[in-house]
Design a protein around this ligand. Structure first.
Ligand code: PAF
Length: 328
């Protein structure tokens, strides 16, 4: 299969990298210049809990140079989704499917609308990864990849993708309730991510702290009220327990929002907590804890961006990063 990965940060490089290991696929990673140049020169180095590998996918910073694809995987940050999708609209017009593999709510619908296509598949992932420098990614935890689509016309292609991901080493589940999957994952993210981002703690350190555990409970309970009012069927009976269980199971993860804060980048708070607050306002549901963490993350985000000069281009030193997290 010809696969294009738009947004080759940690998660995009991880999926693209393992798909490259299977020589049946032709993978092209599209990303920022330093990362892409490093991969083009020395390959993509993957370390961590799925072993050490060096793989050699095709690379480009300019997707308009790609002529065709069977599948475009969008793993950008949520706020870049539509821009990324528009840059591959020629591939979709020529028949490619788009699969969104991100946190947050609603990006698959934004793509379907902006490209006027139904060839959109949605995925969520509980894999943990961090980019440790140009051309390098570390897998910090493994977890389920769930996929599905709002459009029944894609149901025939979904088993093909799930088989492809399974043979690349991922644990995959196909869901006929993708809306519920996305909301369930968002509840986990709204509970864990802002707290990690604000405190600088790993998921495990957040879980071990009784007060912070209480805050996870509060944030998830507020979001559940919204979910119930919207009539969404979650994929878990006990979302609070599920969120706490995920924090424990991914204890060594530096959650993605904390990674963004550390890198001086915009976070995904708007498509996680921000979406929940917006729905809650429309429905007349009070969400005081969510509003508080939202305001705090936005303020911290602005400060980190102003001070950082966008550190995305520079190499992250994983040891320094871990040290600074354990001694905030
Ligand atoms: O955003 C993240 O980091 C992940 O979705 C999760 C599951 C919270 C683990 O860190």
């Amino acid at each position: 299969m010809k696969i294009v990965v738009m947004g080759s940060g940690a998660i995009g490089s991880l999926y693209g990298g393992f798909l490259t290991l299977n020589s049946e696929h032709n993978v092209t990673l599209v990303g920022r210049k330093p990362h892409i140049d490093a991969i083009a020169s020395h390959g993509l180095k993957i370390t961590g809990v799925m072993g050490t590998h060096v793989v050699y996918p095709d690379t480009t910073t300019d997707p308009s140079s790609i002529e065709d694809a069977d599948l475009v995987l969008i793993t950008t940050k949520t706020y870049d989704t539509v821009t990324a999708a528009k840059r591959v609209s020629h591939l979709v017009e020529r028949g490619a499917y788009v699969m969104v593999l991100q946190n947050g709510i609603g990006t698959e619908k934004e793509i379907a609308e902006s490209l006027d296509t139904k060839r959109v598949i949605r995925g969520t992932t509980c894999m943990g990864a961090i980019r440790t420098g140009p051309g390098k990614v570390k897998v910090t935890g493994t977890g389920l990849t769930e996929i599905g689509s709002h459009f029944p016309s894609n149901y025939g292609f979904i088993p093909i993708i799930s088989e492809m991901l399974r043979s690349a080493g991922f644990d995959v589940k196909v869901s006929d309730n993708i809306e519920g999957v996305v909301w369930t994952k968002t509840l986990v993210n709204c509970g864990i991510n802002p707290i990690g981002a604000l405190t600088g703690l790993t998921n495990g350190e957040v879980y071990e702290n009784q007060d912070l555990r209480g805050l996870i409970v509060q944030l998830v309970e507020e979001a559940v009220l919204v979910v119930e009012a919207l009539g969404i069927n979650l994929t878990t009976e006990d979302p609070v327990r599920y969120a706490l269980g995920t924090a424990k199971a991914t204890s060594s993860n530096i959650n993605s929002m904390l990674q963004d804060i550390r890198a001086g980048k915009l976070t995904e708070i708007d498509s996680i907590t921000g979406k929940i607050i917006n729905y809650a306002k429309e429905l007349g549901i009070p969400t005081p804890a969510s509003e508080t963490v939202y305001a705090l993350v936005k303020a911290l985000e602005a400060k980190c961006i102003a001070e950082s000069d966008y550190r995305e281009e520079s190499s992250l030193d994983i040891d320094k990063l871990m040290k600074s997290i354990s001694t905030p």
